[in-house]
Design a protein around this ligand. Structure first.
Ligand code: HQG
Length: 196
């Protein structure tokens, strides 16, 4: 039905805006925004087998609205509609300082927790939290048990790693918060050491 098509559109938007802009030669700004018009011109199909070209602006708006983790931002500038993913990027076109807001004090992030899986734990405890394919290591500012949908970790994680963000900030590691309240860091060369 229509819902499934919109969900499939949302999943494709996530992939394109976080990971594929460069290879698709999509014109993306340092703050991650691209023109919706450019996006709708791409020769891609959603998992519902719908051509991106046969979707329209209203359906993009609906996909953004329906996204439970508020993964996207839409803005209008100079009469043009722009869209971005709020976090989760692997493409290096985006710049942390332009996409995200710096965290200045630990009070801005009283809880900072990374969700992962038991199979990763031994490796994490040996080598720290790595950003892997993304630009940042991701943390949530709350727990799934807080009741709300939490951005920054998956629903099925079975290990929670709490970060001493106060200590990390004191040691000069930069942290940022996205529009959908995910806490992000490049750590030290992509790694948050075990010390924290
Ligand atoms: C793990 C989704 C072994 C890390 C989520 C994670 C989040 C290590 C995986 C966002 C490791 C990377 C980010 C080490 C880290 N050894 N494993 N040294 N260091 N890992 O997808 O944090 O929901 O790149 O624990 O919800 O899982 O789609 O990062 O398991 O918000 O908005 O390596 O992606 O966003 O996986 O997820 P990812 P993530 P959305």
């Amino acid at each position: 039905g229509g819902k499934d098509k919109i969900d499939a559109l949302g999943r494709l938007l996530t992939r394109v805006l976080r990971h594929m802009a460069t290879e698709l030669r999509l014109n993306m700004r340092g703050d991650g925004f691209v023109k919706v018009a450019d996006l709708l011109n791409l020769n891609l199909r959603t998992s519902a087998n719908v051509q991106l070209k046969s979707h329209n602006v209203d359906e993009i708006r609906e996909a953004v609205r329906r996204d439970n983790k508020q993964r996207f931002s839409l803005v209008e500038e100079d009469g043009e509609l722009l869209i971005r993913a709020n976090q989760g990027h692997s493409i290096t076109t985006v710049e942390s300082e332009k996409l995200l807001k710096p965290i200045m004090s630990p009070e801005e992030a009283p809880v900072c927790v990374h969700g992962t899986y038991r199979k990763n734990l031994e490796s994490i405890l040996a080598s720290g939290l790595k950003r892997m394919n993304r630009l940042h290591v991701h943390f949530s500012c709350g727990l799934p048990t807080d009741g709300e949908v939490i951005s920054g970790m998956r629903r099925d994680v079975n290990v929670l790693i709490f970060l001493d963000i106060k200590k990390a900030l004191e040691d000069g590691i930069a942290f940022y918060i996205s529009d959908n309240k995910v806490i992000l860091t490049e750590g030290i060369d992509g790694v948050v050491p075990v010390d924290y």
